[in-house]
Write a protein that binds this ligand. Sequence first.
Ligand SMILES: C=C(O[C@@H]1C=C(C(=O)O)C=C[C@H]1O)C(=O)O
Length: 363
Amino acid sequence: MSDTPIDLDALRQRIDGLDGEILRLISERAQCAGQVAKVKTDSDPDAVFYRPEREAQVLRRIMALNQGPLDAEEMARLFREIMSACLALEKPVKVAYLGPEGTFTQQAALKHFGESAVSLPMAAIDEVFREVEAGAVNYGVVPVENSTEGVVNHTLDSFMDSSMRICGEVVLRIHHHLLVSSNTRRDKVSRVYSHPQSFAQCRKWLDAHYPHAERVPVSSNAEAAKLVKTEWHSAAIAGDMAAKLYDLEKIAETIEDRPDNSTRFLIIGNQDVPASGEDKTSIVVAMRNQPGALHDLLEPFHRHQIDLTRLETRPSRSGVWNYVFFIDFSGHRDDARVAAVLEEVQLRCAELKVLGSYPVGVL
Ligand SMILES: C=C(O[C@@H]1C=C(C(=O)O)C=C[C@H]1O)C(=O)O
């Protein structure tokens, strides 16, 4: 072992050299991105710097090129942050999300835009829509479906009244923990706070471990975490961000009933996103109530072999149409096959709104 210090020194020297090179390359990349921004504003003073389709392509390319030892997603996350910092050099992206601070929606916003984005908490989903519509922020992030608990109806309803478009999606693995403040003992927990969706996602675990604790639903997991900060004998079910934000102790980790528990979030904005090569389209369709209506609506998708990834029904609020369907499917509205289907659907329904075509979530 006598030669270990020499090896260590040599390795550290090599790492210093590599870091210098990485530093130089990242700076050069940032300069290039700055030049791209200049080209964009020269041709259009109102140009948007942020290009979701280009970012998706950059990340997919990195993942395909990666040969380890870091795994492809880890590497993409590093590049996500480099891009985020490059973009912020021009103008940090401003993003409104369903708050308060510490929610999974904030985590989704940072996963999608990187840590250099400025993220602003909103009290409700329709407020996120309004902030984007008013131009106070560039984008909004809202939850849309959970793999255990299903659809977030507020988000679908907001799309019915809004002209906002979908610019992206992000899927987050959701891990819940049981959190307490430092002066609460795990055997003294008599009350648990959380969001109703989180209670539903951890129902079996709670039944097994805290069957007698009172379950108190609150407006968000972050709110639950905030409450237990100052209350004895209470615990919160929330995620890592809330635990860190309120400095709480995890007395049980990953307590969700299903190991694949994940939530899908949508990025909303004012922008039509060009094709990235692997895209999805979301539409909302109003139908008259007549026999075979749903079959007629879906038949063109089947005939053109387009994959439906989600279908939701909401009651129509206008009173004129009986059904409103939210449909997600593979492909971009500029693809010939998708364009043909949209034309046919348009003829069969009372109203069709394309909410957006956007890159399939990369990270
Ligand atoms: C540099 C560009 O602009 C932004 C920055 C990107 C980057 O750093 O790679 C990618 C897309 C845009 O959000 C570009 O459009 O190429």
